[in-house]
Design a protein around this ligand. Structure first.
Ligand code: FAD
Length: 183
């Protein structure tokens, strides 16, 4: 048994069977396959800022804190850029990485402690009638499926929509590609 886990608001508490800390998509796939072989459920957890039990599991909890590398920055002709980044990155660190490149998120919520994966998986939004929520800024995801396959999805794929706002129930996000704007 792992140590008890509770969310930020202390409204949810659980003791997972174990916590795994993968370093990349391959590690995540291995963890999913191991859990399946043991008949355990898997749940990725972000920073635990959801007020609900969305991130709760008594099976295998995946902590993606180490999956936070900026993999690629691709400038687009319209001034935006496509940035591919590890899904476990905290928003604070993501914003700093973007700022260092003269870039920024289009919009975000009122704190920056959340992970990118947790924020998009729950439809986290900022304010502004014309500014979109974070999931709407997603141009692609790398997903580890329940079968342990690693797939890259774009808006052309049928599975893209459920995967980018999946409440942790549509596989584990390993990387996210965001369309970002000039700072
Ligand atoms: C003080 C505070 C302020 C907030 N402000 C706002 C706000 O301004 N606007 C707003 O919309 N919301 C706001 N929220 C809500 C918060 O943004 C969301 O709850 C968000 O999900 C938190 O991200 P997290 O990293 O903590 O995810 P968690 O709460 O840890 O997880 C959320 C969900 O994402 C899933 N998940 C996590 N990582 C992965 C992954 N790698 N792959 C697949 N699924 C994954 C989990 O399984 C779970 O279902 C606020 C919350 C707090 C506590």
């Amino acid at each position: 048994m792992a140590a008890p886990w509770e969310n930020w608001a202390r409204t949810q508490r659980v003791t997972p069977r174990r916590v795994e800390r993968p370093l990349d998509a391959g590690d995540i796939a291995d963890a999913v396959r191991r859990a399946a072989a043991e008949g355990l459920r898997v749940r990725a957890v972000g920073s635990g800022h959801s007020f609900t039990g969305a991130a709760v599991t008594d099976g295998v909890q995946l902590d993606l804190d180490a999956v936070r590398r900026v993999e690629r920055v691709l400038p687009l002709p319209d001034g935006r850029s496509l940035v591919t980044v590890g899904a476990g990155i905290r928003l604070r660190r993501l914003c700093a990485e973007l700022a260092a490149r003269g870039l920024a998120l289009e919009n975000m919520g009122d704190i920056d402690h959340q992970t990118l994966a947790g924020a998009i998986s729950t439809g986290t939004h900022g304010t502004g009638a014309r500014l979109r929520g974070m999931a709407a800024q997603v141009a692609g995801v790398r997903l580890v499926t329940a079968g342990g396959d690693v797939v890259d999805l774009t808006p052309d794929d049928e599975a893209f929509e459920p995967a980018r706002l999946g409440l942790g129930a549509v596989g584990v996000l390993a990387a996210v590609t965001l369309a970002v704007v000039p700072a």
